[in-house]
Design a protein around this ligand. Sequence first.
Ligand code: PEP
Length: 262
Amino acid sequence: MAKVTRTPLISGNWKMHHNHFEAIQTIQKLAYLLHKDDLEAVDVSVHPPFTDLRSVQTVLEADDIQIALGAQHCHFEEKGAFTGEVSPAFLAKLNVSYVIVGHSERREIFGESDELVNAKVKAILKWGMTPILCCGETLDEREAGATEEKVAGQVRAGLAGVTAEQVGALVIAYEPIWAIGTGRTASAEDAQAVCAFVRATVADVASADAAASVRIQYGGSVKPGNAVELMSQPDIDGALVGGASLVAEDFAGIVQFPSQRA
Ligand code: PEP
């Protein structure tokens, strides 16, 4: 596998939290807490609810804050009779860079299938944005020794029909479902093992070059106190952060993990 440097990506998934006033306050506080050096060492994205996107975009662009705007999901069609849905074209128009796709909450609560996730991955790419494709096992699957089967299936299905070059430029988030919002975190050793397995799966479905450059995040109760250990693993290239990203101080502490490691 070719040796490449992968800039870590730390993404804050705000889920259904923060109205647009709270979003503006949070992003302004985050920008105050993070220094130029912090934002040069890693890439950072925030994923507010749809109703906050325009407000957060305005703050980021007006103050030239080097934090990318992200979305939490989208539809796969450009337009049409899809009441309540949001077009990837609309997100691209707001300068959204990253779109989370196949988050376990979308899969488990809203019934998103692998096929739907794959259609969304392709639509996000078509509109010039970067998918953050989520995968991960339930506690039952983990205890049954089915983690690899589940994760490989989601990665293969999610990336079907995507070129190796596109795969190399996107992001995969390994998020064990039992660790999301529970305060339970996979050990750094376990998270590393699954992320290495995801990378090997990418080599198989795309190419060795794609596997070397694809960024693989870990997600599941990442906090300032465990970020350094998790993100020091060779196959973990950042984090998808839920709860801790809602509090600017906590999210800043995670983003600043390279300086804490030094
Ligand atoms: C998530 O929302 O993807 C997530 C990992 O949440 P938390 O960090 O709260 O576990």
